[in-house]
Design a binder for this molecule. Structure first.
Ligand code: GLN
Length: 319
């Protein structure tokens, strides 16, 4: 096994869990009612290693919507299906240094990276228009959900229609980003913006729990092979690119500090989820709805810091 003393390791995870549980900082997202109603007490941590050892503590079987945690997944599919050369004709690899939904493009008038809203909307346009263009929106939804499920080892993965409808209602900024990018010809030809926006909201409204999301993180840690089903879902090169951008851009405008302090590729979402990928070792998902001012889960970030204080998982430990 990759972690020989599993009981000893999980004891530490439990300790971090209880330590973070007392952290009552942050505010639950309030831009849509379904997120605003989330209990701020929810707190769960799930771990899945690349050889399939698993551990969960807390509220790990309650579903939440993926929100921005869908961004590395749609980016991965786009890379796998279209190649990095094609994808990066349309979207950059630079942290934006701004909020995740800021109305801003880079110097080339492209979205900065696929981990923020503009970039993820653009990735949706590539998946819709360039990957199997004959598929309608319904088929593309199934196609995408099927990928997410395979990454998750066929475990619980659903769709929250109320969140989808709310996202679409409360989406002035996302529409503004969508139109702004159309003004600058960011999309491939034949892109239908209304369809792309719906597709983006659908990806945000996919639903899973910590246990399932830990398997997705473990599939990324394992170079694209799901540790539960042993299915090769993504090419290792695609996963390498996804992890690179999670490392530099995955935690919104905290990404630089997170890379410095924690040094592990991660992605957070506005529902309070946080995916952590320790390459060749394990995937972790934490979930706690209260967010700090930059939009990251307060307990999630604290958990990551506790983890690297105890274990040498930081990219530049072991020098
Ligand atoms: N649905 C959210 C949005 O588009 C997702 C962003 C996030 O998780 N930060 O604004």
């Amino acid at each position: 096994f990759i972690i020989p003393d599993w009981a000893g390791f999980t004891k530490h995870i439990e300790d971090f869990y209880w330590k973070c549980k007392t952290n009552t900082e942050g505010k639950v997202a309030s831009y849509i009612p379904q997120l605003a109603r989330m209990n701020p007490e929810y707190w769960g941590v799930s771990v899945c290693t690349i050889d399939g050892q698993r551990f969960s503590i807390g509220d790990t079987s309650i579903p939440f919507t993926l929100q921005s945690c869908s961004k590395p997944l749609t980016y991965a599919i786009a890379l796998d299906r279209l190649s990095p050369e094609v994808v990066h004709q349309y979207v950059g690899q630079e942290p934006s240094g701004r909020n995740f939904n800021e109305l801003v493009l880079d110097h080339n008038k492209k979205p900065h990276n696929p981990m923020i809203n503009a970039g993820a909307i653009l990735i949706c346009s590539l998946l819709k228009t360039l990957v199997k263009p004959e598929m309608g929106l319904a088929e593309k939804f199934d196609f995408t959900m099927n990928y997410f499920k395979r990454l998750a080892g066929e475990e619980n993965l659903g769709f929250n229609n109320a969140v989808f409808l709310s996202e679409r209602e409360a989406a002035d900024r996302n529409y503004a980003l969508g139109f702004y990018m159309r003004e600058y010809n960011c999309y491939p030809d034949k892109t239908n913006l209304r369809e792309i926006m719906d597709y983006y909201f659908q990806c945000c409204a996919m639903e899973a729990n910590c246990e399932t999301m830990a398997v997705i993180a473990a599939t990324l840690a394992n170079g694209g092979i799901c540790p539960i089903t042993e299915e090769k879902v993504l090419k290792p090169d695609s996963v390498r690119d996804v992890l690179s951008l999670m490392h530099s851009c995955g935690m919104y405008d905290y990404s630089g500090q997170f890379a410095f302090k924690v040094g592990i590729p991660a992605k957070s979402g506005v529902s309070g989820s946080l995916l952590l990928v320790i390459p060749n070792v394990m995937g972790i998902c934490t979930w706690s709805p209260p967010l700090d001012p930059l939009g990251n889960s307060c307990r999630g970030v604290q958990f990551c810091e506790e983890l690297v204080n105890e274990f040498n998982f930081h990219r530049y430990d072991n020098l």
